[in-house]
Design a protein around this ligand. Structure first.
Ligand code: COA
Length: 371
């Protein structure tokens, strides 16, 4: 039974959304091709609708997203304003998603068309919630979203209220593409379990956000920055990580349940990090990361860097505050979660596995006075 701890190696269902075997593919397209050539908008469309959009389909899709981004209710922003500033941003995202549900006219409709409409609205509106909450904490007013450009460009605009440069937009696009989907990971599986009870898309996404928050899953990208900074620079990094490993500390950003020989997303992102570090004067952090990677590959062969290892650096080089890193994962992964929820709804049976009982054998009832 201990072999099944964490359901390792268990095939828990079927999906046509994403494959890991033979390289990471979204709906049949290799992620390297998508990260090189596509925009996140095209990838989100691909995940939701099953195929890449034509130019017309993409234009219409983006027009719907722009309209939805501009349609976040004032009441939601007013509630976000009242949240304590100490609330972790992932909790704000969870609350924000719940709030969006309350003002969504399709909320209880689990039909395919309604779920697609809701998924599009979440794609467009979660970035608005994130950016608004971020700005309100700094005593800045939320910014109105542009009605043009891409989701990546709009996201950077909403956060910073200045037009981002092309290279930063492309880096954000690539990171959103690589975070968008990953088969039966913990948060996606959570979303599917919720959907399987015939609950609605927003509820499934709220649950998925809760699962993603944990440091063994999406929360790792924020911890990566803490690790890199704690390591104290390229000269100290080797001693720091060897000491941590000797104390059996798990190094955030390394290891993966499925990828034992390497995470293709991390491989793809590394050169982008090197380039951005150079452009933004962050070579010391990049060198620290390189030292830590070398030591990890010597000490732990089957614990390669995962996607969070370079993603955290990439966001840092883009000048984004650490508390936004896991929420940015949400903004991207909502495409994959929604695709899985819609797939689950199309061929549903409640997900209800069994447990191996390890408790006491049956016992006789003892009245309270005798205990
Ligand atoms: N640092 C150091 N050692 C690690 C490690 C890490 N990040 N991740 C795994 N290992 C080691 C374990 O200690 C274990 O060694 P042992 O067999 O000598 O006891 C072995 O590798 C297997 O690890 P295990 O925890 O059983 O793997 P898992 O499949 O249950 O967990 C993760 C996978 C991702 C949860 C795990 O690798 C981890 O905690 N990584 C850090 C958090 C992280 O980056 N999460 C993002 C994932 S995309």
């Amino acid at each position: 039974m201990a072999d099944n701890l964490g359901l390792e190696g268990i095939v828990a269902g079927e999906t046509a959304v994403c494959a890991l075997e033979g390289g990471l593919h979204y709906r049949g397209y290799g992620i390297e091709d998508l990260a090189l050539h596509a925009s996140y908008d095209e990838v989100a469309y691909l995940l939701l609708y099953g195929d890449l959009p034509t130019r017309t389909e993409l234009g219409e899709f983006q027009a719907r997203l722009f309209a939805a981004a501009g349609d976040v209710h004032a009441e939601i922003l007013a509630i976000l304003k009242q949240l304590p500033r100490t609330v972790p941003m992932m909790d704000v995202m969870r609350t924000g998603c719940s709030l969006l549900a309350h003002w969504d006219s399709d909320v209880a409709d689990n039909g395919r068309e309604a779920s697609l409409r809701k998924a599009e609205r979440l794609l467009a509106q979660l970035p608005v919630v994130l950016a608004a909450a971020h700005r309100l904490r700094q005593d800045k007013e939320p910014v109105a979203p542009h009605q043009w450009g891409s989701l990546a460009a709009n996201l950077l605009w909403l956060l910073e209220r200045q037009e981002p440069n092309e290279e930063f937009v492309r880096a954000m696009d690539v990171s959103l593409i690589l975070y968008a989907e990953h088969e039966f990971n913990a948060s996606t599986f959570t979303a599917r379990v919720v959907a399987s009870t015939l609950s609605d898309l927003h509820s499934a996404v709220v649950a998925a956000i809760s699962a993603l928050k944990g440091p063994l899953h999406g929360g790792a990208n924020e911890r990566v920055l803490e690790v890199l900074q704690a390591a104290g620079g390229p000269e100290q990094a080797e001693a720091w990580i060897r000491d941590a490993l000797a104390r059996k500390v798990k190094i955030m950003g390394f290891g993966h349940r499925v990828y034992k020989a390497g995470d293709p997303r991390a491989v793809f992102l590394k050169p982008l990090c090197v380039k951005l570090a150079e452009q933004t004067g962050n070579q010391a952090l990049e060198q620290t990361a390189a030292v830590m990677e070398r030591v990890m590959s010597e000490a732990k062969k089957s614990v390669p860097p995962n996607a969070d290892w370079p993603s955290a650096r990439l966001y840092y080089y883009l000048g984004l505050p650490v508390e936004l890193y896991t929420p940015l994962f949400v903004v991207s992964r909502v495409a994959g979660w929604s695709a899985h929820v819609i797939e689950q709804q199309a061929n549903n049976r409640i997900i209800r596995p069994m447990a191996h009982y390890t408790g006491l054998p049956p016992r006789s009832w003892r009245p309270i006075a005798e205990r």
